[in-house]
Design a binder for this molecule. Structure first.
Ligand code: HGY
Ligand code: MN
Ligand code: MN
Length: 414
């Protein structure tokens, strides 16, 4: 058994660092907002960079804005054991999604260095620049660059809700110029991500750790209905081409079909933009988001195809038109069985309650999972709440996750 930190010291350190990171874009009742390349994002990366130096890691950025803290290995030829998560959040999110994986990795690295010295294989802590797709219609920008599935030119033509071009935001934050090393890695041994479950299975079943066997596939769309704006008082119902009326019916179709599915498919309409968005004017244009997930990509495909067929009939009947833009399509990905077994053997030795499970949330591990051996490990979320200021995980659960990460990194790198 390796040397483990004293529980009270560890729990204090975890809580302190979670609150320390949450200050960057947080501190208000409406939760934490740290969006790719925005001021809160930059101050968070700078703070993490300083913390990496403080604990004896060598920090460096890549040209996408991922931040790495390296603990050199004694074997110069060895490949890197990478661990961390994403630093960005959803708008008004919690203080654990992504942040916990970074904080846990920093604490684990500091503990291992202090108690066991340099590892045989290099360990790197990574603060991935973006995962959520909250500012721009682009997800996994950080892990996507490291694995080569995303390139700088993929940002061309993309703007945020305020019309700020992606490339402009990237350059303003100091990235995308080629001043930092190219992001694509070829030296990774594996990737380990510690994350909150964002669901309530572990809590309901009284388990402390989830070992993820695979992550669901997901598709995200922007669906735009176009009609004609007109006077709300003088336009009889039969003469209207009301984009809002059509959009409401389309969303009804999505929800009816998703609720009728018995195989675990989920469909969400979370965002809607209305033009001109005035109470006494018939809407000329409505754009709404669609997020569909399932562990089988064929089920996702069939669900979307059937719904979109119905959309055409509804729009034709109302004299409106529908444009469907798919901007994300991720396959379900299996996590590495050997890494899962390594985590399992540690937990069995400690008699820790754990279970293997699927992840309904997308994660950077989904992108790494097809690139190098990857493990995704969960700790419970209170009430399953996430992407909300009410996101919370008990300190002892956070601590069990960090201790598992310490043991697993030791097993993999020393
Ligand atoms: O939306 C998700 O599944 C993740 O939190 N980005
Ligand atoms: Mn998230
Ligand atoms: Mn996350």
């Amino acid at each position: 058994m390796i040397e483990q930190p004293k529980p009270s010291a560890l729990s204090e350190q975890i809580e302190e660092l979670i609150d320390w990171l949450a200050e960057h874009g947080g501190g208000r009742e409406e939760g934490v907002t740290r969006l790719l390349y925005d001021p809160a994002w930059r101050s968070a990366q700078r703070a993490i960079e300083a913390k990496m130096e403080e604990i004896g890691l060598l920090p460096r950025y890549d040209d996408a804005g991922n931040l790495f803290g390296r603990m050199a290995g004694r074997d110069p030829e060895a490949r890197v054991v990478l661990t961390g998560s994403h630093v960005d959040t959803v708008t008004g999110g919690g203080k654990y999604d992504g942040a916990y994986g970074i904080v846990a990795a920093l604490i684990a690295a500091e503990h291992l260095l202090a108690h066991h010295g340099a590892p045989l294989k290099p360990i790197e802590v990574v603060s991935l620049c973006e995962e959520e797709g909250s500012r721009f219609p682009m997800t996994y920008w950080g892990s996507g660059h490291i694995t080569g599935v995303k390139k700088r030119e993929d940002a061309a033509g993309i703007v945020d809700a305020n019309g700020v071009p992606f490339e402009e935001a990237m350059r303003e934050a100091g990235f995308g110029y080629g001043l930092h090393p190219e992001p694509k890695r070829g030296d990774l041994e594996c990737f380990i991500e510690l994350h909150i479950e964002q669901g309530q299975i572990l809590e309901r079943e009284g388990q402390s750790i989830g070992i993820v066997s695979h992550i669901v596939g997901q598709r995200r769309y922007d669906i735009t209905v176009t009609g004609e704006s007109n006077h709300a008082g003088t336009t009889p119902m039969r003469w209207r081409r009301d984009a809002m009326s059509t959009a409401a019916e389309l969303i009804g179709v999505l929800m009816k079909r998703a609720n009728a599915d018995q195989t675990g498919l989920v469909a969400t309409v979370g965002r809607m933009d209305v033009k001109p968005n005035v109470g006494n004017v018939i809407a000329r244009e409505v754009t709404f988001s669609l997020d569909v997930r399932h562990e089988d990509s064929e089920t996702i495909r069939a669900f979307c195809e059937e719904c979109f067929k119905e959309f055409e009939t509804i729009a034709a009947a109302q004299g409106t038109s529908v444009a469907i833009r798919k901007w994300m399509d991720e396959e379900p990905v299996a996590m590495d069985a050997e890494l899962g077994a390594a985590a399992e053997s540690i937990l069995r030795q400690q008699n820790m309650a754990y279970r293997r499970m699927t992840s309904g949330a997308g994660h950077d591990s989904q992108v790494f999972g097809t690139f190098c051996p990857t493990a995704l490990l969960f700790v419970p979320s209170r009430g399953g709440l996430s992407h909300s200021p009410a996101e919370f995980t008990e300190t002892e659960d956070l601590e069990r996750g960090v201790k598992l990460l310490i043991d697993l990194l030791y097993k993999l790198a020393y």
